[in-house]
Design a binder for this molecule. Structure first.
Ligand SMILES: NC(=O)c1ccc[n+]([C@@H]2O[C@H](COP(=O)([O-])OP(=O)(O)OC[C@H]3O[C@@H](n4cnc5c(N)ncnc54)[C@H](OP(=O)(O)O)[C@@H]3O)[C@@H](O)[C@H]2O)c1
Length: 254
């Protein structure tokens, strides 16, 4: 193993890791030696990812945790402390996007659900994780934001608002948690091929319009987002905190 990115002895929690970008992140951290807590709302959905990490020699466990429910986050942190004795890495990845349409017509229930998962969930998990990390000298948190947090996505106003908040949250936690030994960074993926984006990726006209604004003229694969996360949690990034790294084929350059 290349020890530049060695995560041996580290415990990592990845939310929303049963598929898509979270799955790729969990597998990458597992391949570099971390014990990975693979989490989503359904533990059984995470079991496949756990077994694939184990098949390649890694260590992982599945854990159910609905990020929109603060009590479930507290419970997950307690279970991790009890069984692993530590937490070194948190990747806040799970998010939701239930409403497509003009913000002025948005249903307040959809607004609240998006805020509860995409902002409050990241906030509550970060508070609990930072305190747990501090007990063993610190750690690293990576928040999966989005290019939509900088340039709002069409008909994705509420989602874009929450992703802008994740960028703000990253900077606040980076500043306040630095003396706890906890680094906090964000990645801002461009459109990435997952279930989240199936409708867009399969719509030739919509995809073509988006790609006109992407210098690399293609969407991302989940492993390309995972690579940026691996860098940010690894020993080579120990002086990096508060960074919001676009992984977007150049979209935000324009
Ligand atoms: N794909 C893109 O183009 C793109 C672009 C920019 C940013 N992002 C961001 O990347 C992250 C992952 O997106 P993705 O495309 O990989 O999505 P995805 O394929 O739909 O996967 C979402 C994951 O989150 C879990 N999840 C959903 N709601 C949850 C909740 N309330 N609590 C816990 N887990 C929950 C899902 O598992 P269960 O159903 O088992 O709970 C699943 O594991 C999100 O933060 C998204 O905003 C994606």
């Amino acid at each position: 193993m290349d020890d530049t990115f060695d995560l041996g002895g580290k415990v990592a929690l990845v939310t929303g890791a049963s598929r898509g970008i979270g799955e790729a992140i969990a597998k990458s951290l597992g391949a570099h030696g971390a014990h990975v807590v693979v989490s989503s709302r359904k533990a059984e959905a995470c079991a496949r990812v756990v077994s694939e990490i184990e098949q390649t020699g890694g260590r992982a466990e599945a854990m159910a945790c609905h990020i929109g429910e603060p009590s479930q986050i507290a419970d997950a942190m307690q279970r991790i402390e009890a069984s692993c004795g530590r937490l070194d890495i948190l990747v806040n990845n799970a998010a939701t996007n239930p409403y497509f349409g003009p913000v002025v017509d948005a249903d307040l229930g959809a607004f609240q659900k998006t805020v509860d998962v995409n902002i409050r969930g990241f906030f509550v998990a970060s508070c609990a994780a930072a305190k747990l990390m501090q007990k063993n000298g610190g750690g690293a948190i990576v928040n999966v934001a989005s290019i939509s947090g900088v340039v709002p996505g069409p008909n994705q106003g509420i989602y874009s608002i929450t992703k802008a908040a994740v960028i703000g949250l990253t900077k606040v936690f980076a500043a306040e948690c630095a003396t706890m030994g906890v680094r906090v960074n964000a990645v801002l993926p461009g459109i990435t091929e997952t279930r989240f984006t199936t409708a867009l990726v399969e719509d030739e006209a919509l995809l073509g319009h988006y790609l006109e604004h992407v210098p690399m003229r293609r969407v991302a694969q989940p492993s390309e987002i995972a690579g940026a996360v691996l860098y940010l949690v690894s020993p080579v990034a120990t002086y990096t905190t508060g960074a919001c790294l676009p992984v977007d084929g150049g979209y935000l350059v324009k």
